[in-house]
Design a protein around this ligand. Structure first.
Ligand code: FAD
Length: 393
C-alpha cells in the first residue's frame, strides 16, 4: 500500500487545482483520474471573475492567455425587448474574463499539479474507499488499467470526481440541498461569428449564450427547460438547436445566418442542482462532487477553483471550516441559480434573478480574494494555528 498525505480523485478543475495547491504546501499528493489527460468534457467553459482571479493568483493565467484564449472585456444581456452592455471593470488585477476550452484549461492545471510535485495518474478508476476500524476514511481502492485492484492510503481523501462522485456515494455524503429546476443545453462551436465578449440571451422559456474561445471559435449554446427538450427529443438535433437559438436570440441581428455553424453538437439533457455534505472523517468533496449548479449559471469551474483555494488555504487542516465557508458562499448562489434554472420567468423577473446572482458572485469573490470575512475570521486564525499538525478530522 502506498501512503500519501492526500489522494485526490478526479483530475480536472477542482481536483487538479486542489492537488496543485496542496503539493505546493509540501504535502505528498496523489492525483488520480479514470479518464485520459487533455481530453474534452461537456462544458461551455466561461470563467467568471473569481476563476480568472485564482488562475492569476496561482501564476497560471499567462498559460491560458498564451494558448490563444481571447480576452472578454464586455458582457451583454439581451432580453429581446432591451439589452444591457456591461464593460468588465479591471478589479483585483483581473483585466478581462476568459473562456478557455477544457482541452486548454484542464491540462494547464494538471501540469501545474505535477510541477508542484503531485504524482499524477490517468486511466485508473477509484472504486471505493478504505476505512479504518473507527470507520474513518483512510484512502481509496483503485482499479488499475490492468484490472488489478490496489489500495492507496492517505490521511485525506478528496472527492473531485464530478456530479456522479464515487467518493460522495461511498462516503455516504448527505444531500443538503436539492434543486427542482433543470435546464437542458445544446451547444457547438461557430466560426466567423462576430461577438462583443460574453453575450447572454433570455426570452421566456428560452436562453442562449455566445462565448468566444480558442481558435477564433465561439461556443454558442441554446437552453430550454429539461422537460421541454425531453418532450421534443425525437426530432433532429440540428433542427432543434437552430430552432431554439432562433427563439432565444431572434437570430442575433442576422449574425448567426452569416456565420459558419458547428459540424458537431453536444447535448446536456439537464439535472437539478444539489449541495452535498462537504466533509466527513478523513474525506472532503470539492467542485461538482460537492455542489452542482445548473450550467445556466456558467459558474461551475469558478466554484471548483474556489473550493480548491478555500480548502488549501488554512482550512485544509480544518475541514469543518472549509465546509462552513463552502456552504455559506454556495447557499445564495444556489438559490439564485435555482430560480433561473426553473425558467418560468418573464423579462422583468429574470433581470432581478440575474442581479441576485451577481450579488452572490460578488460575495463569493470577496471570500476568494480576501479570505473569511468577520464571522469566521477567528476560526480561520485558529485553523492556521493547526496547520503544522496536519490534523484532518
Ligand atoms: C453543458 C454544461 C455547460 C457548462 N458550462 C459551464 C460554463 O460555461 N462555465 C463554468 O464555469 N462551468 C460550466 N459548467 C460546469 C463545469 O463544467 C463543471 O462545474 C466543472 O467541470 C466541474 O469540475 P470538477 O473538476 O468538479 O468535475 P469534472 O469536470 O466533472 O471532473 C471530474 C473528473 O473526475 C473523474 N472521475 C470521475 N469518477 C472517477 C472515479 N471513480 N475514479 C477516477 N476518476 C474519476 C472524471 O474522469 C473527470 O475527469 C457546465 C456544465 C455543463 C454540463
Amino acid at each position: 500500500m502506498d501512503t500519501y498525505d492526500v489522494v485526490v480523485v478526479g483530475a480536472r478543475a477542482a481536483g487538479a487545482a486542489t492537488a496543485m495547491l496542496l503539493a505546493r504546501q509540501g504535502q505528498r499528493a496523489l492525483l488520480l483520474d479514470r479518464g485520459r489527460y487533455g481530453t474534452d468534457t461537456l462544458s461551455t467553459h466561461a470563467l467568471m471573475r473569481g476563476g480568472v482571479f485564482l488562475l492569476s493568483r496561482w501564476g497560471l493565467l499567462d498559460r491560458v492567455v498564451n494558448a490563444g484564449t481571447p480576452p472578454v472585456r464586455h458582457t451583454r444581456f439581451d432580453y429581446g425587448t432591451d439589452s444591457v452592455a456591461v464593460a468588465i471593470k479591471p478589479t483585483l488585477g483581473v483585466q478581462a474574463l476568459y473562456a478557455p476550452r477544457r482541452t486548454v484549461l484542464d491540462p494547464v492545471l494538471v501540469d501545474a499539479a505535477a510541477a508542484a510535485g503531485a504524482e499524477v495518474r490517468f486511466g485508473v478508476a477509484v472504486t471505493g474507499l478504505v476505512r479504518d476500524d473507527a470507520d474513518r476514511v483512510v484512502g481509496v481502492r483503485v482499479r488499475e488499467r490492468t484490472g488489478k485492484t490496489v489500495a492507496v492510503r492517505a490521511r485525506l481523501t478528496v472527492g473531485a470526481d464530478g456530479i456522479r462522485s464515487t467518493v460522495a456515494r461511498a462516503a455516504g455524503a448527505a444531500t443538503l440541498r436539492a434543486g427542482a429546476g433543470a435546464g437542458a443545453v445544446i451547444y457547438g462551436y461557430w466560426s466567423e461569428l462576430p461577438v462583443n465578449g460574453y453575450e447572454w440571451f433570455y426570452r421566456p422559456g428560452y436562453s442562449a449564450g455566445m462565448i468566444p474561445t480558442n481558435g477564433g471559435e465561439v461556443c454558442v449554446f441554446a437552453g430550454v427547460p429539461a422537460a421541454t427538450l425531453a418532450a421534443g427529443a425525437r426530432g433532429d438535433l440540428g433542427e432543434t438547436y437552430h430552432r431554439l437559438l432562433a427563439a432565444a436570440t431572434g437570430g442575433a441581428d442576422g449574425r448567426l445566418a452569416a456565420a459558419r455553424p458547428p459540424d458537431r453538437l453536444r447535448t446536456w439533457v439537464g439535472r437539478p442542482g444539489f449541495v452535498r455534505q462537504a466533509r466527513g472523517a478523513g474525506w472532503v468533496l470539492v467542485g461538482d462532487a460537492g455542489s452542482f449548479l445548473d450550467p445556466l449559471s456558467t459558474h461551475g469551474i469558478t466554484d471548483a477553483l474556489r473550493d480548491a483555494e478555500v480548502l488549501a488555504r488554512g482550512a485544509a487542516n480544518n475541514l469543518e471550516l472549509y465546509a462552513t465557508e463552502r456552504d455559506r458562499v454556495t447557499g445564495p448562489l444556489f438559490d439564485a441559480v435555482e430560480r433561473i434554472a426553473r425558467y418560468g420567468w418573464d423579462s422583468d423577473q429574470i433581470k432581478r434573478y440575474l442581479l441576485d446572482l451577481s450579488a452572490a458572485m460578488s460575495a463569493e469573490l470577496e471570500v476568494i480574494a480576501n479570505g473569511y470575512p468577520t464571522a469566521s475570521a477567528d476560526s480561520a486564525r485558529a485553523a492556521s494555528r493547526l496547520a503544522p499538525n496536519l490534523v484532518y478530522e
